[in-house]
Ligand binder design. Structure first.
Ligand SMILES: [Zn+2]
Length: 157
């Protein structure tokens, strides 16, 4: 088990935070990557190079899931989404990470995953939803801070 993050040149999540850091722990960070159609799209990133949940020991796994659940809870409290999508792939970067995505029936891809086929013919509703979520981002970040503590000092972009 690695004791500290291994920084590998060329790894985008070692060289940068991967978004605006809104919470940070010793082993993880929570970032807003600013996905265009999803202002509150959130990633929980494990800092070390770990590929699978079962590579973490039980305490680490519990800690990561605690953070993911705190993010979901903050989204429900501050944003009242129709659904929260949780996803973990990790096929591209060697960092275990979870996508925590608040979803609405009028968002860009609903009911498909955000990586799926975009909806057609409801651009106005999609734009209105995006603006509504963006307007509540500060409240969401505050709800995250209540659950996970302040972001602490940033480590770059
Ligand atoms: Zn890395």
């Amino acid at each position: 088990m690695p004791a500290a993050p291994v920084s590998l040149a060329g790894c985008p999540l070692c060289e940068a935070d991967g978004g605006t850091v809104v919470a940070r722990g010793a082993d993880w960070r929570v970032v807003l990557p600013a996905e265009p159609d999803y202002p509150a799209f959130t990633r929980v990133i494990w800092n070390a190079h770990v590929a699978e949940m079962t590579d973490l020991d039980e305490a680490q796994r519990a800690e990561l899931l605690r953070v993911v659940m705190a993010v979901e809870s903050a989204q429900r409290a501050a944003l009242a989404p129709d659904k929260v999508n949780l996803a973990s792939f990790g096929n591209v970067v060697p960092h275990l990470h979870w996508h925590v995505i608040p979803r609405w029936r009028d968002d860009r891809h609903f009911p498909d995953p955000v990586w799926g086929r975009p909806a057609q013919g409801r651009d106005a509703a999609i734009a209105a939803r995006r603006a509504s979520v963006a307007a509540r981002l500060d409240a969401y970040v505050e709800a995250l801070a209540q659950r996970l503590g302040p972001a602490g000092s940033a480590r770059g972009s």
